[in-house]
Design a protein. Structure first.
Length: 271
């Protein structure tokens, strides 16, 4: 399907309408102005300023270390670039789980200081109070179920979630809870495709999958993964659309060689 670039600004209403007419929702992460400009110009519907910035931008093993201030910095950079896409920002670990008032204050800071259009929280019924408070303040909320990376030390592994009946049923219940609370959409990460299909068909709000199969209402990937900037990271769910690590590495090697040989700059490249 061709990209609809006539939409002046994608909103939460836009993505709801996309689900209703069967149009898939495209979502990618971005963390800085330059990449976000490219992503937005390409017609991506939602830009996620993910706490995966902790991994791909800062080199941490998990998403846990990134702070609220750092998320706001990345989000503000992306918002300045995005002219069409809906910009959603992850609330980082520790900014919402234990205290709904803190969750509201965190969400308000993101909205005021970055100019983003909504926030995303991981979890189901456990965070219902936080979701309710944030929504009551008029801030759009996207849910996130399945593999929730902020809980990685509880899971102990990044393997597929909700394969067992009890966890699958909790995910079904949590998805309905998030919808009833007023979330405009839910990310489903690394769950069985048939479960994702069932959940997607049971909801009136859109689902966006990552490692959750083809039946979700949309898909999201980390941009560094799909562009092949991260060397060696190739999980089953990832389709790599470029190999920029190799392209960039070769270009930099050529630059180094040209500098060493005094080939750069030449007479045409000086004043």
């Amino acid at each position: 399907m061709s990209v609809n670039k006539e939409i002046k600004r994608v909103t939460t209403r836009t993505v709801q309408e996309m689900k209703m007419r069967g149009e898939k929702v495209s979502m990618l992460t971005a963390y800085d102005y330059s990449l976000a400009t490219i992503v937005d110009d390409a017609g991506v519907d939602i830009i996620l300023v993910g706490d995966s910035a902790s991994n791909v931008m800062a080199g941490h093993e998990t998403t846990l270390p990134i702070t609220l201030d750092q998320m706001i910095y990345h989000a503000a950079s992306v918002v300045r670039a995005a002219k069409r896409a809906l910009v959603i920002v992850d609330l980082p670990f520790g900014s919402y789980q234990g205290n709904s008032k803190e969750a509201l204050n965190s969400a308000i800071r993101i909205m005021k200081e970055s100019g983003a259009h909504g926030v995303k929280l991981e979890g189901g019924i456990e965070i219902a109070e936080s979701v309710t408070r944030i929504l009551a303040a008029g801030i759009p909320v996207m849910g996130h179920l399945g593999l929730t990376p902020q809980s990685i030390y509880k899971f102990g592994t990044y393997t597929v979630r909700a394969k067992e009946d009890a966890e699958a049923q909790k995910l079904r219940d949590d998805s309905l809870t998030l919808q009833e609370l007023g979330c405009f959409g839910i990310v489903l990460e690394k769950i069985p495709a048939l479960l994702a299909k069932e959940v997607t068909e049971s909801l009136s709000i859109p689902t966006v999958g990552i490692g959750a199969g083809q039946h979700c209402d949309g898909q999201v990937l980390v941009i560094h993964d799909m562009l092949g900037i991260n060397k060696g990271f190739k999980p089953r769910f990832l389709r790599q659309y470029a190999s920029l690590y190799d392209v960039m590495n070769d270009a930099i090697k050529n630059y180094v060689a040209d500098v060493k040989s005094a080939d750069f700059p030449n007479e045409k490249e000086q004043y």
